[in-house]
Design a protein around this ligand. Structure first.
Ligand SMILES: C[S@@+](CC[C@H](N)C(=O)[O-])C[C@H]1O[C@@H](n2cnc3c(N)ncnc32)[C@H](O)[C@@H]1O
Length: 282
């Protein structure tokens, strides 16, 4: 498993867990993240664990739902991300009910039956030992409490008006390389589709999955432009061994503001990707 934040850097381009990337990701999807947290049906007074909390962006959204007398603890093993979260907390009006701790999510220092909800956001893609981590989540969740995982599935990545043939070639090339040569440390680009099955196999009750189409239209905020461009470049870098120079050139031109083929400012621009929320009861 991953040992340091340094080792989490996406070898093939994006640093998927650095603060700037996570902030762009968060701002791009703030509205949809609000809807996802609404769907967790938390209530004031609930005690929540935000496992793999990174810079603590979901932590605040969760705290909004359990205030004024609930509590949210964010846990991450990256000193940089926890330091950012702690610093940011100083200006958070909910700081009295939020706490951050630097811990490994495989082995958290909480008593059995502590939390009403354990939230695992954008972390399953990095996990090799699914059931071990789910056992740890289950241990710290109250009987009748819930575990919720939010991740994405890279099977859907629509950027219009790029020719679908070119987009699908890029996605297929990246998928082929990821299968033949899985990144070290692991990054599973297709984990969203697996979560319903994982929760059922882990023996959770009342398992349900909701998929969210994350759609972005013109005009895009700067964070969304960086997020979409970063994603596009990640696919291109990963898929390079299976792509022609011409395909790569065409693809990159669509995301290059200096190119005549730049698409992110077009009125008809349309972006769509898929996020998945799976919830089960302990
Ligand atoms: C993609 S980030 C998601 C962060 C946050 N949940 C979000 O969605 O903004 C994945 C997080 O998992 C953390 N992580 C990975 N392995 C971990 C481990 N063994 N223990 C604790 N945190 C870990 C990373 O440091 C990183 O913050």
């Amino acid at each position: 498993m991953l040992e340091t934040n340094q080792s989490l850097k996406g070898e093939k381009g994006l640093e998927l867990t650095n603060v700037e990337w996570l902030l762009d990701h968060h701002k791009t999807k703030l509205q949809e993240r609000g809807e996802t947290v609404d769907d967790l049906n938390l209530k004031p007074g609930d005690v929540v664990l935000d496992l793999g909390c990174g810079p603590g962006l979901w932590t605040h959204l969760l705290a909004e739902k359990v205030k004024p007398n609930g509590r949210v603890i964010g846990v991450d093993f990256s000193p940089d991300l926890i330091n950012y979260a702690v610093e940011n907390l100083k200006k958070d009006p909910l700081s009295n009910i939020i706490e951050f701790q630097k811990e490994n999510f495989h082995d958290v220092p909480f008593d059995n039956d502590t939390f009403d909800l354990v939230f695992f956001g954008n972390c399953f893609a990095y996990v090799t030992d699914y059931f071990k981590i789910m056992e740890e989540m289950r241990r710290v969740t109250k009987k009748g409490g819930r575990i919720a995982a939010k991740d994405f599935d890279g099977g859907l990545f629509i950027v219009h008006p790029i020719e679908p043939q070119l987009s699908l070639k890029i996605l297929a090339a990246a998928a082929q390389v990821l299968k033949e040569n899985p990144p070290e440390p692991l990054f599973d680009n297709f984990v969203g589709r697996k979560m319903q099955g994982l929760f059922l196999q882990a023996g959770l009750k009342d398992v349900s999955t909701t998929s969210y189409a994350i759609q972005k239209l013109s005009p895009l905020i700067p964070e969304a432009k960086r997020y979409i461009t970063g994603n596009a470049e990640w696919h291109a870098k990963i898929g390079t061994p299976y792509l022609s120079e011409e395909d790569l050139k065409q693809w990159r031109a669509h995301f290059d503001p200096n190119s005549d083929n730049y698409i992110l400012d077009l009125e008809e621009f349309y972006f769509c990707m898929l996020e998945v929320l799976t919830v089960g009861t302990v």
